[in-house]
Design a protein around this ligand. Structure first.
Ligand code: CMC
Length: 428
């Protein structure tokens, strides 16, 4: 194979180096192209643009493959725990027993958040969306840990920033929810595991003890693993680009939380349930909504369908669909919107519009149905996604800083007015 491609332009030939990844994916390295030829490339939405080299996640959208650090998602979802996967994603290898124990103990020890967070929380109107509260409180961690502002001063400090963020995010998330519903805040209980602790802070009250059901803990663990990392998507690239200005880990992750919030990204899980509820309220006619999704004059899209990179199937969606069936039957939940979802999926998968465009259910199509069965309120679904995605954001931020990547700064093609003279107000 040639190690360069040629670009012929204006009678000149430019050699463009080819770079190759460990799974044989190839890219044109155009980083010097403008200097040599005056040309930039343009690619709205970065549909065909690699922004970095990364050793964290391998994804083959055509074959439906997803691996964290080389390990297939199917094996991790079945056999691992979220904290173990978080360690793997951030540090590159599965932890041994000693490393995993230390990791768990360190995270568990830092679950408490400063009492002044209560004052911040009280400042939010009670109907605030928890994603807004989450991102604000994550940024505000910089005020409580100012040393995090100089994030790469020492490896120990980076480690502590990471530990604190993973430890405190469930506490912040549960407190955002409690604040919204006007219940007393519940403190972390350090004899519980990561998922059990979060559930207790969400659903426990001082007057009523709450013991998290092992079925729910297991399902939550799986969902968090499935969301833990997904290479260069909208929120992760946001984290990297914010971090590339040498902003702190907390500021960068807070930006990622905001990027995740939109309904085309992580907010799709909330939008799917709202869509399924609307179909149900409208008589349950899935075909009517398929027609709406196909109508180019109607802004409606089938939420939870389609993906920028998966063009065959989303491996996470397969695992989640099966998990949804298991969880609902184990918990004895009969949710009519699961039937609507299955009907909608079957109809879409045999419809030429969706088949031709390679639109398949994505991770968000069934995740909301499980969250609902677990008792998680709809406006917390994207918060759950953020809790899952946290190790991925941290790993990508850390990799970007360790590789010494330059500040993110795309170019553009200007399409505005050419130079013109200022006109006085009275003459306009
Ligand atoms: N319903 C109806 N039509 C769709 C849908 C959909 N959900 N998704 C894509 N299309 C059509 C789109 O109209 C376009 O048609 P045409 O070629 O005739 O113009 C074609 O399919 C390609 O769509 P696109 O918008 O160019 O594709 P994209 O790669 O830019 O967008 C997407 C990917 C995920 C934003 C999009 O599929 C979508 O909006 N899906 C619904 C929202 C959703 O479920 N998002 C969660 C994604 S997975 C979780 C995560 O973010 O990681």
């Amino acid at each position: 194979m040639s190690d360069f491609a040629e670009l012929h332009f204006n009678g000149e030939v430019y050699k463009i180096p080819i770079i190759e990844g460990t799974e044989n994916e190839k890219a044109l390295d155009i980083s010097k192209l403008r200097g040599e030829s005056g040309l930039i490339t343009i690619d709205p939405g970065y549909k065909n643009t690699g922004s970095t080299k990364s050793a964290i996640t391998f994804l083959d959208g055509e074959k439906g493959i997803l691996r964290y650090r080389g390990y297939p998602i199917e094996q991790l979802a079945e056999q691992s725990s979220f904290l173990e996967v978080a360690y793997l994603i951030i540090y590159g290898e599965l932890p041994n027993e000693e490393q995993l124990n230390k990791w768990r103990v360190d995270i568990t020890y830092h679950t408490l958040i400063h009492e002044d967070f209560k004052v911040l929380l009280e400042g939010f109107p009670s109907n605030s969306h928890p994603m807004g509260v989450l991102s604000s409180l994550v940024t505000s961690l910089t005020a409580f840990y100012p040393e995090s502002l100089d994030p790469v001063r020492s490896a120990d400090e980076v480690y502590m920033n990471i530990i604190r963020l993973i430890a405190k995010l469930p506490t912040i998330a549960a407190w955002a929810y409690k604040n919204e519903i006007g219940q007393p805040l519940m403190y972390p209980k350090n004899d519980l595991d990561y998922c059990g602790n979060f559930l207790k802070m969400m659903f426990g009250t001082p007057s009523e003890d709450y013991e998290p059901d092992p079925v729910i803990i297991k399902a939550l663990n799986k969902l968090l693993i499935l969301h833990a990392e997904h290479e260069q998507n909208c929120s992760t690239s946001t984290v990297r680009i914010v971090g590339s200005s040498h902003a702190s880990l907390y500021a960068s992750v807070s930006a990622g939380i905001n990027a995740l919030w939109g309904p085309l990204h992580g907010g799709a899980n909330q939008a799917v349930i709202e869509m399924l509820e609307a179909i149900r309220a409208d008589g349950g006619d899935a075909n009517k909504y398929l027609e709406k999704a196909k109508d180019k004059n109607d802004p409606f899209r089938l939420m939870g369908f389609g993906h920028r990179v998966y063009k065959n199937f989303d491996p996470r969606a397969r695992i989640i669909k099966k998990a949804a069936d298991d969880v609902l039957s184990k918990l004895g939940v009969n949710d009519p919107i699961l039937d609507i979802a299955k009907k909608l999926e079957a109809a879409a998968l045999s419809d030429p519009y969706f088949v031709d465009r390679k639109l398949y259910p994505n991770v968000d199509f069934y995740s909301g149905i499980i969250y609902r069965a677990l008792g998680i309120p709809t406006n917390m679904f994207t918060v759950m996604f953020a809790m899952g995605r946290l190790p991925g954001w941290i790993a990508q931020w850390k990799e970007m800083r360790e590789n010494g990547e330059p500040i993110g700064r795309p170019r553009q093609i200007y399409t505005g007015e050419n130079e013109r003279d200022y006109v006085e107000l009275s003459k306009r």
